[in-house]
Design a protein around this ligand. Structure first.
Ligand code: DND
Ligand code: ATP
Ligand code: MG
Length: 271
């Protein structure tokens, strides 16, 4: 286990005792969610990334390998190495998994709406929503819950596709910042190359989260913890972690603008 000595600009990692508590409560949460829903099993998309690897590992701890069905869903722009990492994770965890190519579904959309071709955001989000359709097909058929992999960092800035990878029944990692996910993954024995792999949504060629967001995850975690979830003003946050105030304000704007993704669809008042 190769943990860095410290994390800049703000080390938010848990103590070993806190981490053990979090792990226990997440495992219990998965068990209770499936039990309370009267479900038999759980379905989860595996991408070869750290969020889905960690979630799958905890889901197996909670439910047993026999109760998890993993779906590896490559698309035209998926990195084949990530897909083989996903298959390796499923095999090592001993869970049933299917590999389903999403290209035919997405191609059908592009054949029908030719003008969308080249709109990488619209097409990328359609890839994420196609995966959601497949996850729910299997969940319906097997009386399963769809287990989400979203963490607090991406949820807060709306860095997910509405009704795409955001279309899930529960989010076990939803209260963890990205650096917590890495810490938890290491403690679970997830391979270091998966922990340190560059995070990518894999929605278009060459996409990386940090490049698209324009900020690295450790700085983003710090701004969320101090300013958005915490009491510090933008100015005080900027002083505390030596990030310019515009960046802190920009993150605050992303949180406000993505509120619609974290709440049920709005309706007009009843009277
Ligand atoms: N104020 C408002 N109230 C109600 N609805 C509102 C709205 N503003 C937009 N909308 C709706 O929301 C839509 C935009 O949301 P959405 O379709 O999600 O699209 P959008 O947020 O533009 O794109 C998704 C973002 O998440 C990233 N992503 C996606 C999937 C996975 C990951 C990852 O980390 O793995 C990251 C992706 O790279 C991209 O940056 C609009 O087209 C509109 O329909
Ligand atoms: N090719 C894929 N096959 C199956 N599921 C996928 C695929 N790509 C994305 N997903 C699902 O969408 C989720 C969101 O992607 P996201 O990139 O945020 O997480 P990750 O890939 O697990 O980790 P990282 O953020 O480090 O890349 C994934 O965790 C996974 O459940
Ligand atoms: Mg990813």
């Amino acid at each position: 286990m190769t943990e860095p000595d410290t994390i800049e600009p703000l080390d938010l990692r848990f103590s070993q005792a806190e981490l053990a508590d979090r792990r226990e409560s997440i495992v219990e949460f998965i068990q209770t969610s499936v039990d309370d829903a009267g479900a038999d099993r759980a379905v989860l998309g595996l991408s070869g990334g750290i969020d889905s690897t960690t979630t799958a590992t905890l889901a197996v701890e909670a439910l047993g390998a026999d109760a998890l069905h993993a779906l590896v869903l490559p698309g035209e722009v998926s990195d084949p190495e990530h897909m083989s990492d996903a298959e390796r994770v499923a095999t090592e965890l001993g869970v049933e998994y299917d590999v389903v190519e999403i290209n035919p579904f997405v191609d059908l959309l592009l054949d029908t709406f030719g003008e969308v071709e080249g709109d990488y955001r619209a097409v990328g989000n359609a890839r994420a929503r196609t995966r959601a359709v497949i996850n729910y097909l299997v969940a319906n058929h097997e009386d399963g819950l769809v287990i989400g992999t979203g963490n607090r960092t991406e949820a807060m800035v709306g860095y997910f596709t509405k009704f795409g990878d955001g279309a899930v029944d529960v989010n076990p990692l939803g209260n963890l910042y990205k650096q917590h996910v890495r810490q938890l993954a290491r403690s679970l024995g997830v391979a270091e190359e998966l922990v340190t792999k560059t995070p990518t949504a894999g929605l278009w060629a060459g996409q990386t989260d940090e490049e698209e967001l324009g900020i690295d995850y450790d700085t983003l975690d710090a701004i969320l913890a101090l300013h958005v979830d915490g009491p510090l003003s933008a100015t005080a946050t900027s002083r505390a972690i030596e990030v310019d105030e515009e960046t802190v304000e920009r993150i605050g704007d992303l949180v406000r603008a993505s509120q619609h993704k974290r709440t049920p669809p709005a309706t007009p008042p009843r009277s």
